[in-house]
Design a binder for this molecule. Structure first.
Ligand code: GAR
Length: 198
């Protein structure tokens, strides 16, 4: 372990990992907050290759292991995890984790919740739904995690405008840019207790 930061993040991801990469880069020089480990629920996810390059330890977990407190708790303890960040993690977080980490699990969603959230609403499915609905704006939502998909307290939202020419792909690009800009500083503020209700 490199020194002893007070706050240690576990990053949970399932896919490409652009958010994981940005978070790791953002906190590289931070002595108080450190991404400590990646939990990934897909063995073929590109985020695993990114983690290797970033020298971020990674653990592949299947559905059964995620659901099993006797599997997850010792691992989270081993890495001294204080906060969990879902960065494109597409499985439901089990209740024992929300109990163990009250107010300490954060998710990013690629739309303006409460619209376009819930089961099955992830990644490009969200952008397709937004474009099909003829929305004039979309954005990102960073929120606390409870036992229901996309229903926890909203901490932050940022918007982008959508024109009639936009496609799911162009919306995805705008959302991606918003995530890269805003997610790490929001994580930092949350960890430091900087939201008014904290
Ligand atoms: C991100 O756009 C994130 O908001 C979304 O998955 C993408 C992951 O991209 N999350 C959800 O849809 C959660 N419901 P990444 O793997 O490149 O960071």
């Amino acid at each position: 372990m490199r020194g002893e930061p007070t706050n240690r993040l576990a990053l949970f991801a399932s896919g490409n990992g652009t958010n994981v990469q940005r978070i790791c880069t953002y906190f590289r020089e931070n002595k108080h907050i450190r991404p400590e480990v990646l939990f990934c629920n897909r063995t073929d996810a590109f985020v695993l290759q990114r983690a290797q390059k970033l020298e971020l330890p990674s653990v592949c977990i299947n559905r059964r292991q995620l659901a099993d407190p006797d599997f997850m708790r010792p691992l989270l303890r081993q890495y001294g995890i204080t906060h969990i960040v879902l960065a494109g993690f597409l499985a439901l977080i089990p209740a024992y984790l929300t109990t163990d980490f009250p107010g300490r699990i954060l998710n990013i969603h690629p739309a303006l919740l409460p619209k376009f959230g819930g089961k099955g609403m992830y990644g490009e499915h969200v952008h397709k739904a937004v474009v099909s609905a003829g929305e004039s704006k979309s954005g990102i939502t960073v929120h606390l995690v409870n036992e229901e998909y996309d229903r926890g307290r909203i901490l932050f939202q940022a918007e982008c405008e959508i024109s009639p020419e936009d496609t799911p792909a162009t919306v995805a690009e705008m959302i991606h840019a918003l995530e890269q800009t805003h997610f790490p500083p929001v994580i930092e503020r949350w960890v430091e207790g900087g939201f008014s209700f904290q």
